[in-house]
Design a protein around this ligand. Structure first.
Ligand SMILES: CC(C)(COP(=O)(O)OP(=O)(O)OC[C@H]1O[C@@H](n2cnc3c(N)ncnc32)[C@H](O)[C@@H]1OP(=O)(O)O)[C@@H](O)C(=O)NCCC(=O)NCCS
Length: 219
């Protein structure tokens, strides 16, 4: 593992993938209203400038934990955006922009990562958007979407053990720490090299219910 929250791509996507034919009903919602913020699909053309600028402004904040930031360049941003639509269609990755009043504040994704009965999740925010529960609630919203898909039995989040802000997200949401393991390269500058693996198993009770950190979308 080691590819999830501390991954090498803007999408936080990685791991081996399994290709299947999917119907529209097998996919999550393209726009998820979370109250004071929204998750929506990335737009290859119109998101390029604001996404590139957001990463540019966040280099010091993101760089210590995300290896792909070292390769930040217009080509990398374009390549990420170009991959979003085909990966959405195949189900390999559902990459969402996080917006507040229409402006980008971060990115989150759920994607196939090896185990066919599970999906992995990743997230990051621009520094100005931290401290408001946006990442935690975005992951809760993605979890509701992912568990509504057929065959998703568990969701995993992996982060470096030194990245306590990242680890607080799965902890708040009731993920269980299931392991620690040596991280696969590349490492980000502040990484300790030890990944923490968290897992949330498909709940037996209905998902779209009030949540202690807010309200899951769809209520
Ligand atoms: C990881 C990252 C997204 C976490 O951001 P964050 O702001 O700490 O997380 P949230 O948006 O969920 O906000 C949580 C904070 O908001 C508070 N909060 C307010 N309202 C909240 C709500 N409704 N629900 C949950 N938390 C809420 C929490 O108490 C917490 O405050 P604290 O930091 O004082 O403990 C951010 O640090 C980041 O972008 N880091 C760089 C990239 C990165 O490391 N990504 C993950 C790679 S492994």
């Amino acid at each position: 593992m080691g590819l999830v929250a501390s991954s090498r791509a803007i999408s936080d996507c990685g791991g081996s993938v399994r290709r299947t034919t999917m119907t529209a009903m097998d996919r999550p919602r393209e726009t998820v209203d979370c109250g004071d913020f929204t998750l929506r699909r990335w737009r290859a053309e119109s998101d390029f400038e604001p996404l590139f600028r957001m990463i540019e402004e966040s280099l010091e904040h993101l760089g210590p934990w995300m290896p792909w930031v070292a390769h930040h360049a217009p080509e990398a941003t374009r390549a990420f955006l170009a991959e979003c639509d085909p990966k959405w269609r195949s189900g390999d990755a559902y990459n969402y922009a996080i917006t507040v009043d229409g402006a980008l504040v971060g990115s989150c994704s759920t994607y196939r990562a090896g185990d066919p009965s599970g999906r992995a999740m990743g997230y990051w925010l621009r520094s100005a958007a931290t401290g408001r529960g946006i990442a935690t609630r975005a992951v809760a919203a993605m979890a509701a979407e992912a568990f509504a898909l057929p065959g998703v039995e568990h969701l995993d989040i992996v982060h470096d053990s030194a990245n306590t802000a990242s680890g607080a997200v799965p902890r708040r949401l009731g993920f269980v720490e299931v392991g620690r393991e040596r991280a696969a390269p590349p490492a980000a500058p502040s990484d300790s090299g030890i990944d923490v693996v968290w897992r949330l198993t498909r709940p037996t009770e209905p998902l779209r219910r009030p949540h202690r950190f807010g309200t899951l979308p769809g209520l």
